[in-house]
Write a protein that binds this ligand. Structure first.
Ligand SMILES: *Cc1c(COP(=O)(O)O)cnc(C)c1O
Length: 349
């Protein structure tokens, strides 16, 4: 057991959280005149006039059954991005504490650190895109409060070795955030299995990728009850709106659709990798554990422009350290994948 409580900012420990009307009265009643809502209803067919459940109990119960994680170990955010933001609020004293990231990686960790005026310690990935475990351990000084590990990693598309990641969770006297936005496409098992062993672990997942619900904004954080307690303490009271809660409940009844499209995406990913490898301008197609492919070509900016001119948008990562000359391509539908291969073949440098 680690000293999670001791790492929480003193002002957050002392904070008296906002108590909503629905926090003070939790039972069932026939007349609700406690929250200054519109008693007549809403100008829509749905009854959106009532505030939603601040702790999303019904939704957490259902997620709990799907993920095998007890509801008290689940936090739901307005996208994973909200969970990332709240972790800074709970654990990082502005202009004093630090976080460690392993570039090239997801841009939000850095943006969130800047927003909170928290310094960033960077330990680049090794040239083979693995974690530089030795250097990370050396850099985890007491002022480092959060360690972000994105696995499968965006934009390199690989998962890190489970042994490396677990060692860091074990050794670090701070919070390890494992961002598993792409876990459904991965050969690796989720770090959720370590939650019973380590209370300094936060596993982030999202409804934005495999679940196909990026527009609804729903992210999950799985962690020890202590960490969940503090995330709930600092979150905006009604952070998940009722439409999102209802649609997510409905989506969770449709896991078959999700699994079928994960299988399809993985098969299409491998087919796309095989195709891309045959193209003359391809220098390297990196292996992928996600729903996107990192492709190194001879003239990335030129190819990017050519794709845009043909109505196809990919992500130009060619200016990113260790991703020089690379484009990041999301796996599309069969037609979209055929189309991008056809358009790349038309390119004359
Ligand atoms: C897409 C993505 C997310 C998703 O963020 P949401 O706020 O849940 O949409 C999180 N982490 C990584 C690494 C991503 O690529």
């Amino acid at each position: 057991m680690k000293e999670i409580e001791a790492w929480v900012r003193p002002n957050i420990k002392a904070l008296k959280p906002y108590a909503s009307a629905r926090d003070e009265f939790k039972g069932e009643a026939s007349v609700y005149l406690d929250a200054n809502e519109n008693s007549f209803g809403s100008p829509l067919p749905q009854n959106y006039n009532r505030y939603p459940d601040p702790l999303q109990k019904e939704l957490k119960e259902k997620i709990s059954r799907v993920k095998g994680v007890p509801p008290q170990n689940i936090f739901l955010g307005n996208g994973s991005d909200e969970a990332i933001d709240l972790l800074f609020r709970v654990f990082c004293e502005p202009a004093q504490d630090k976080v460690l990231i392993c570039p090239p990686t997801y841009g939000m960790y850095e943006v969130s650190a800047h927003i909170h005026n928290v310094d960033i310690v960077r330990v680049n990935l090794l040239p083979n895109f693995e974690l530089d475990v030795e250097q990370i351990l050396e850099s985890l000084t007491p002022s480092v409060k959060l360690l972000f590990i994105c696995s499968p990693n965006n934009p390199t598309a690989n998962s890190f070795h489970a042994d490396d990641v677990e060692l860091l969770v074990q050794k670090f006297n701070g919070i390890v955030v494992i961002d598993e936005a792409y876990i459904n496409y991965s050969r690796q098992k989720s770090a959720i299995r370590w939650l019973t062993e380590y209370d300094n672990l936060v596993v982030l997942q999202t409804f934005s990728k495999a679940w196909g619900l990026a527009a609804l904004r729903l992210g999950m954080a799985f962690a020890s009850e202590t960490i969940i307690h503090y995330l709930n303490k600092v979150k905006p009271p009604y952070n998940i709106n009722i439409a999102t809660q209802q649609y997510a409940l409905e989506a969770l009844d449709n896991i078959q659709w999700v699994n079928e499209h994960i299988r399809q995406t993985v098969a299409l990913r491998e087919a796309l990798i095989t195709e891309l490898k045959t193209l003359p301008l391809t220098q390297k197609v990196f292996p992928s554990d996600a729903n996107f492919i990192l492709l190194r070509v001879t003239d990335a900016p030129g190819l990017y422009k050519h794709l845009v001119e043909n109505g196809i948008i990919v992500r130009d990562r060619s200016k990113v350290q260790l991703c020089e000359g690379c484009l990041r391509i999301t796996v599309g539908t069969p037609d979209e994948n055929e189309n991008i291969i056809r358009v790349i073949k038309m390119y004359k440098a």
